[in-house]
Design a protein around this ligand. Structure first.
Ligand SMILES: [Ca+2]
Length: 327
């Protein structure tokens, strides 16, 4: 009886492990990315896959890159002029010792002109792209189905593909060219079907001619968020709020309007504006989705806005005005 129970328990345990790793190829040696700021595990589908957060495991396992140098984090961003004050060492040198070439959205490079769609400042991206390169992402499919893929990208109208668990799964096209590597667009690029729930291995294949920041996987059967019905869907996840804390007159949660996004300056206004004591040069944007904290002064925000580059908020963001010293 004891043995029977043990074997039953073992079978249940094995079954549990099997379900968790439903379709990631058994011989895959890569692991979901994690570091001190990214502890929530693999990204969820539906949701956003950040290009820079490809799996751990190195060349030939988690990615293939043409050269071993990280031409952004480990090269260009060693130059003082590229160490933008709005970022910080963590962003400047993100994964600097790995071959995939990474950099971040910079004030004077990416935000000093009109973009088709303005990216967030400090947004990490894959750059210095070359033909035949690929990166792996372990993803957690929460809901099987067919998804549209949207991309934040720059430059040429190239084709890219995705594999799922080692099998071709999506052929996509970047629909609109932008002027150069630092002019950005956000657009639907194709569709992909996830047949099963659970952990899956998503491989992104790309060539030269683009920068890639993130992909959003959005269920085809759900209306686009922002429309009335879509906002109902968003409500189910309770993700339509941002929070403003610190030295504002009415700190608390603010509902993001259904029909437009809001920026940091608007959010502070919606929270009753600065208190009389607030130090306006100390504003923090804490992005729960990525774990990043971005610091601004009010003057910087105003200048960016004047240039057409408002710092837009995402659901779940927390804006802290004049946080206590030492926090
Ligand atoms: Ca490289």
């Amino acid at each position: 009886m004891f043995h029977l129970k043990s074997s039953l328990l073992a079978t249940l345990c094995l079954g549990f492990v099997f379900v968790l790793h439903a379709d990631v190829p058994a011989n895959y040696q890569g692991k979901p990315f994690t570091d001190i700021y990214h502890k929530s595990g693999p990204p969820n589908i539906p949701g956003i896959v950040q290009c820079a957060l490809y799996d751990l495991g190195g060349e030939g396992v988690a990615y293939h890159d043409t050269d071993a140098v990280n031409n952004g984090s480990g090269k260009l961003n060693l130059e003082p002029g590229h160490q933008r004050a709005h970022a910080g060492e963590y962003i400047w040198h993100f994964r600097k010792d790995e071959g995939v070439d990474l950099s971040f959205v910079k004030d004077w490079a990416d935000l000093n002109h009109t973009n088709l769609v303005t990216p967030h400042i400090n947004q990490l991206y894959i750059g210095w792209t070359a033909d035949g390169e690929w990166v792996n992402y372990t993803v957690n499919v929460a809901r099987p189905g067919t998804y549209r893929i949207k991309a934040l990208y720059s430059f040429q109208t190239n084709s890219v593909t995705f594999d799922l668990n080692g099998q071709p799964a999506a052929a996509c096209r970047l629909p609109v060219p932008t002027l150069n590597y630092h002019q950005w667009n956000y657009a639907e690029i194709g569709t992909i079907k996830f047949s099963e729930a659970g952990l899956q291995l998503l491989t992104f294949h790309y060539g030269k001619g683009n920068n890639f920041a993130y992909f959003e996987f959005e269920p085809l059967e759900v209306p686009v968020p922002g429309k009335l019905q879509g906002s109902v869907e968003v409500k189910q996840y309770d993700t339509q709020y941002i929070t403003v804390a610190g030295q504002v007159n009415r700190p608390g949660r603010i509902q993001i309007p259904a029909d437009h996004l809001i920026d940091v300056v608007e959010a502070i206004g919606a929270a009753g504006d600065f208190t009389r004591l607030a130090r306006k040069n100390k504003i923090e944007l804490r992005r729960n989705r990525t774990g990043e904290t971005i610091k601004f002064s009010y003057d910087q925000l105003r200048k960016l806005a004047e240039q057409g580059n408002r710092v837009m908020l995402e659901p779940g963001d927390v804006v802290v005005v004049d946080p206590p010293d030492g926090e």
